[in-house]
Design a binder for this molecule. Structure first.
Ligand code: NAD
Length: 278
């Protein structure tokens, strides 16, 4: 038992609220990093075709001795794979690399507003879902206006929207839109890749509670109801980031951290990001 709460997605599938992200984990180090995460107690891994390390995740799952249904695996459609034939081929490649016949969650990684049409790509994800190759499907980096178009022209409501959220980019408008439509928000770069950890407000709360700034920041996301999957390849930090469920922030702490919003992104802006690998 990991003690990690599970959140019910809009199709009845449950997702562990805390997972382990493997963005920027080198392919050759991924199996080891995920093995460590499993040892610590994580049961939810967030990878992507773009990260080039699905095979390492698959190896760690296969070698873990865990039953497949004890592990929640998310992957994401790469930017060059939006066309139907590419999307259908790429999910097979992902499943082979992950050594499984289904992922638990499959996302469109970026909307790429000026490349193709993400609504058509969503219809391909609906096919993948109906074929049982993903237990749930969702999107990533979608703004409310992208979601409005998608919802008007689709049958399946995305189960999640994975967007950048941390104390310097609270992203409230997107979170409220998601909540209104029954879409769970997943907060990527939840500690802003470390940038928020010296913030005096966060440091002061951490000192008062006898916790670390990373734990306080992740706990803030948890108490707001978002799903998080911090990344680290350092065992002590992997352990630290897992110890979030034996303390609580007050409502004032949550409000003080939310007030740090600077609308400051660490990653690309979804409205202008159209990068497709050649
Ligand atoms: P993060 O906010 O999780 O920060 C990770 C970095 O912070 C690490 O490299 C490490 O240097 C440091 N760190 C981690 N734990 C720490 C601790 N306890 N104390 C001090 N420093 C610590 O950033 P991230 O990796 O960009 O995001 C997490 C996950 O979100 C990714 O691994 C990936 O799964 C997902 N993600 C998704 C998208 C997307 O477009 N959908 C984009 C970026 C990230």
């Amino acid at each position: 038992m990991t003690g990690v709460p599970r959140i019910l997605l809009n199709n009845g599938v449950e997702i562990p609220q805390l997972g382990f992200g493997v963005y920027q984990v080198p392919p050759e180090g991924t199996a080891e990093a995920v093995r460590t995460a499993f040892e610590v107690g994580y049961r939810h891994i967030d990878t992507a075709q773009m990260y080039g390390n699905e095979a390492g995740v698959g190896q760690a799952v296969a070698e873990s001795g865990l039953d497949r249904d004890e592990v929640f695996i998310t992957s994401k459609l790469n930017n060059g794979n939006h066309a139907r034939d590419r999307a259908l081929a790429s999910i097979e490649e992902s499943l082979a690399a992950l050594r499984t016949d289904h992922v638990d969650l499959f996302l469109i990684h970026w909307p790429l507003p000026d490349v193709g049409d993400y609504v058509e790509t969503w219809h391909v994800l609906e096919e993948i879902y109906r074929a049982g190759k993903a237990r749930a499907i969702g999107v990533s980096n979608f703004q409310p206006h992208h979601l409005r178009r998608l919802l008007a022209a689709s049958e399946v409501v995305p189960a999640v929207n994975q967007v950048e959220v941390h104390p310097y980019l609270v992203n409230q408008e997107v979170r409220e839109f998601d909540a209104e439509y029954g879409i769970v928000t997943e907060a990527w770069s939840p500690i802003a890749q470390g940038k928020v950890l010296d913030d005096p407000v966060i440091v002061a709360i951490a000192r008062r509670l006898g916790r670390t700034p990373a734990q306080v920041t992740l706990r803030w996301a948890i108490q707001r109801g978002d799903v998080v999957f911090p990344k680290s390849v350092t065992r002590a930090r992997v352990e630290e980031n897992f110890r979030l469920f034996d303390f609580e922030l007050t409502a004032d702490d949550v409000a003080a951290i939310s007030a740090l919003d600077r609308h400051e992104r660490t990653g690309p802006d979804p409205d202008t990001f159209n990068y497709v690998p050649s």
